[in-house]
Design a protein around this ligand. Sequence first.
Ligand code: FES
Length: 512
Amino acid sequence: MKRDGACISLWQAGMSDYKGQQKNNIANKYFDVVIVGGGITGITTGLLLQKAGKTVLVAEARNIGFGTTGGTTAHLNSFMEVHFTQLIKNFGEDNARLVAKACRQSMDLIKKNIEDYGIDCGYGEVAGYIYAQDEKQVKELDDIFEGFNKVGAGVSPSTSIPVRIPFVRAIEIPGQAQFHPTRYIYALAKEFEKAGGVLMENCRVTAVEENEILAISSSQGTIRSKNLVYATHIPPGVNLLHFRCAPYRSYVIAAKLKNESDYPQGLAYDMQDPYHYFRTQEVDGQFYLIAGGEDHKTAHEENTEACFTRLEAYVKKFYEIEEIAFRWSSQYFNPVDGLAYIGHLPGHPQNMFVATGYGGIGMTNSHIAAMTLTDIIVRGKSEFEDLFSPNRLKPVAGFNNFVKEAADVVGNLIGGVFSREKLQSIAEIAPGEARVVKYEGHAIALYKDENGELHAVSPACTHIKCTVGWNAAEKSWDCPCHGSRFSYDGTVLTAPARKDLEIIQLEELVEH
Ligand code: FES
């Protein structure tokens, strides 16, 4: 199983490629719903819709779980990252209660799926703990505690936490859970296909002609559909939502501990900024401590390897580690007001939908999205529709002109042929390193692979032309603006970009 980075996550290990049903040609076929993206949102939404009687195609550009589902830490939470206290301020108490209700229903749906389909994915219900480590954090924690209780989420003070870390005050949130996310979605994908759904891997959607019946161009031909759902983590193209969601990266290690009794029995979160998070997962009889943190805005950290070093050093202060078996990083999108955007895609016809801006609560939000979108598409409305509406924020003035200009500007390609030798000498990079260099008035993103081969691409992101930065840990070119990511050779890894970075031809030029 492949993922959108060079590091191998715990959820990829031992997962062979998904083996789906034999596919027929989908070109010119009609579906009630086409879902773009085969992560946890796409697969879950597809299953609910197919079970509700719709004909559904899930089109995944790579393999299922390729994006953030393969890189999550799979904490199943009944709360959002922006706590209820803040949600009450932003949206009012009634809406904050509705958020709590949506979270609860999402958790119930995950549990029901696991029970109904007999999914073996290491699911376990545990309590969650948030702990304060100084007086300032204690004040914040008291606020958080009050917010939980105002929405009826039933938390209590706790005198202990499941991690071996000093704390001053803590609260316990019952009814949280954990699981192995890729085993879960592989099983849901099988159920989706069993119910008659069509799942196409290596099917990249490249354009959509917007009409009452959508004509969806893909690498496997044009597909017709009544509805389309972008379950691509962030929608492709240029959309208002790209200016309402900020891309962040988070770092994770999965460690084997020397003492079996040290594995946390619960989910734990400190209150530092960025915060650390901990849990345990048993996979095939082996326990792993999963610890994460060191988050930063995408492409805002020069040395991403150092994020792992700091995280490891922090965990080692408290735990005796036998081996760090896996380490990986992953991307998430923070919404500007604390709630995900689920519903009609702004600026597009009513039959185009989106789910994005999950923050660090992807598992819960994915199932809120699946329930909400299914209700809107099947029944015409959802009780969570207004709450999560992507159109709840007014478009910024002049946005449409901006989109047009931004789209125009991407036509500006570098072209030409550059001397490999000269670039080598300018860049002075060692195997495994990368750099953006200036050469003959052009910016060139260079990566030298482990064999000494130079790969040169334009650093202009094909979304709306911000300059990408190198992510040494995952060996990718990441865009700081809206989170598009590209592999070292320029291939798109994650939306919103649809096109690969321009490849720059390097030749052995002889100078006279
Ligand atoms: Fe928008 Fe790169 S992701 S410019």
